[in-house]
Design a protein around this ligand. Sequence first.
Ligand code: S3P
Length: 439
Amino acid sequence: MKLFRPGRGWQGAISLGGDKSISHRLLLFALQHHGRFIIENISQCDDVKTSLKIFEQAGGRIETLPDKRLCLESPAEISDLRRSEIFCGNSGTTARLLCGILAGLPFSFRLTGDESLSRRPMRRVIEPLEKMGAGFSCNDGRLPLTITGSAKLDPISHNLQVASAQVKSAILLAATRAEGLTTIEEPLQSRNHSEILLRELGAEITADAGRITLRGPFNSAGDFSFKVPGDTSSAAFIVAAATLLPGSKIEINNVLLNPQRIAFLHKLKQMGAQLNWKVESSEFEESGTIHAGFSPDLKAVNIEGHEVPGLIDELPVLAAVMAFAIGTSSVRGAAQLRIKESDRISSICRLLKQIGVAVEELEDGYCITGPAKITKRHTVEPAGDHRIAATMAVMALASEQGMLIANHQCVKISFPEFSDFFQTFSPETFFEAKNDLCW
Ligand code: S3P
């Protein structure tokens, strides 16, 4: 339990650890690669550490170079992974992308996960991979699961039922082991980091308005260097805090600005935030600088289903900003939030209600009416969900008495530098509960 005190203006320039989605992909794509990946600024978050451990479990070698870059040397034989259980921790990206890789190997592998991951649906990857020739047995569509791959996968044409970059990536990884053209149609565009990486590695891939094709087989080989831009989804918490705290003025450098990942910035701007960003590099992925400052009189905003894939990981922190905006904001068509690390619709509504924010829960979203005034100190329980815990920390900054957040350490699942930033920006905001209040 930690007490997060109300904050004063956050000022300064920062940069963030590498984007989680891109870091996962580099580690997992390296499993199938022949050669070396030299990676600068890989994420140090717990989820990425899970992918890193699996890379090592498969026999991959990791060396930290004197300049702190990581050198990944791909395993000679990733089938070694069959010798013991593969633990995917809390990470849906690890579990789902890994299924796409293992589908192309003629052995059986057993995947497990923590309690939260073991509740999340896997049928969305199982169905297309079965069509390609892999076999599965699982616990009612959930982990633990056993996948039995095939050395001869078939290419498929697949319409995704929901926009999901994890499912799309799993199919693309399997498609590199299939002979012929695999086509994926997405109902709405999801993040495209796998497409960008595959193109970078030399695959024959096209992506056009929600239709992706890949011609297999594709064997990636050679030595590649990548610089991972700072994590945009983590940046969202810093931007939200700066927006809400009088006197704030922050600059975030070298941050990922891939157009599929910055809908959050566009929405905040629509709400009236003092915010701008500039793409400065398009090498590998687009990246650049964000400037954000205190933004009084934020206006309510509506989010509709077609906007959800671009905002999926930022909706929790956007709910915090909505709570302090003037008027009723709404989020609809976001039922996918219910099957994230927690049921995020229920977590957001439960916690906002608890701290006195006017919120109405809907099946596929919620309505939040602001501006809220959080006058009492509350103790909140973020359900072990990293993005919910970080969202409550942002709300604590903008409250009058701060908040006690139980199990706040789960933030490290995606944002390991989070506590450091809170301490650096406003040291008075962050104390061990035992030094301050005893519970
Ligand atoms: C991710 C895709 C998204 C996102 C998750 C990371 C990825 O999930 O919510 O945090 O790296 O591909 P879905 O694919 O389920 O939409």
